[in-house]
Design a binder for this molecule. Sequence first.
Ligand code: FRU
Length: 483
Amino acid sequence: MIQKANEYIERNRIRKEEKPVFHVTPPVGWMNDPNGFSVYNGKIHLFYQFHPYTNQWGPMHWGHQVSEDMMRWEELPVALAPEKEYDAAGCFSGSGIETEEGHVLVYTGVKEIKAEDGSVNVYQNQCVAIGDGVSYHKIEKNPVVDGEKLPEGFSRADFRDPKVWKDGEQYYMVAGNLDENNHGQIVLFSSNDLREWKYEGVLAHSEGVLGRMWECPDFFPLDKKQILICSPQSMGAQKLEFHNGHNSVYFVGDYNKETGEFVKDAPLSLDYGLDFYAPQTTGLPDGRRILIGWMQSWDASLIPEEQKWNGMMTLPRELSLVNNQLIQKPIRELKQYHSGKVTYEKQKISGTCQLDGIKGRTIDMSVEIAKGDYQEFCIEVAHNEAYTTYYRYNPATEVIEVDRTYSGVCKDVVCQRKMQVKEVSDTLKLRFILDRNSVELFVNDGRQVSSTVIYTPQEADEIVFSCDGETEINVIKYDIQID
Ligand code: FRU
């Protein structure tokens, strides 16, 4: 099946001119969650949920790309395909880790068994594949963790997305699960050899209020605290938080490794845009913790129907912690690809204008906006006579709204989302990163992020500033060029 997928990709690969320049996309077909984000033999590997044959979700493979700087990605052969009895219904999300045996992938094998009455029973079990950074083989002992290892009543059908790490000589794994009341939870396992696993307990629980199934957990230390990330399905919104239905949240807490107890603060949003889900992190040899997410929403996909590829990753982000809240910054490697700098200082904006040299669809643009006598300041990107995407800022309410209604959307999908600015000061700092089909907005040096895809034709490349009163802005814009 791997060979079949690779041959199909070879015949149908989409031209790179038709896709984002530095964001990871599938060669053809459908992509969702990042998987196996890890360093192996000095290179950064990223796998992903992949269905090469159509632009929709289907039997899950693991696609594979590798990079030295997370800006230029090289495509490698498909790493996993659903072909064993224990994963025939899909190789679902999981993680990767460098070991002495090689590059180990731990993923969820999905198995479906038809009952006599015609209904289908689903089993999700954790499986291991080992490889050399290019090809991977599934081990004999698979699955290494099945639902029998869980306490009575916990779901066997919703038990997935293992994230593995090593602490001292011991391996640990967290996975998403549902308890006997169908409430989301994260279960913890330990192992000496990645093959024999021991159930350690429930690490965190939704208490029945934070969404349903908790997907794609990640658990790591950061700046003397411990962070739990997960993606709760079907989560209710609270004020301007948690609006995507399927959300991605993080908890900051303290972890007692001896007792396995994780004491955590309330959940916080990882992203305030329309397209962000199932993020995963990896540590780098230089000490940085990097996060990458799937830049798409399960509910509101808006690719043009004829487009033969679907889904992309966010730009990887560097994580740090300030006042017990995550700061997410674009990876510093981005700067190596800057060219064509254009700056404006203390530029007065009153009414609507464009600034010479400030345009483009593959750019890194920072805008500092002073408080002033106005009710709304607006930046439009990917703009021309027919199309535009608005970022509106209201200084009285400190709310920023993205609105992609006129970005070329031809479906009835949600197009607006608001963000309450958390760090309020005299100047609002916005950094927009555009890469043909996406806009990632970093607010106040990474204090909040808003990621949104736009499938606007590329000729719409103007940027428009408007203010209904008067204010001053500083702008620095770079083109991003990868040859
Ligand atoms: C999250 C998710 C995972 C699952 C995968 C299947 O987006 O639903 O829980 O492993 O996608 O593709």
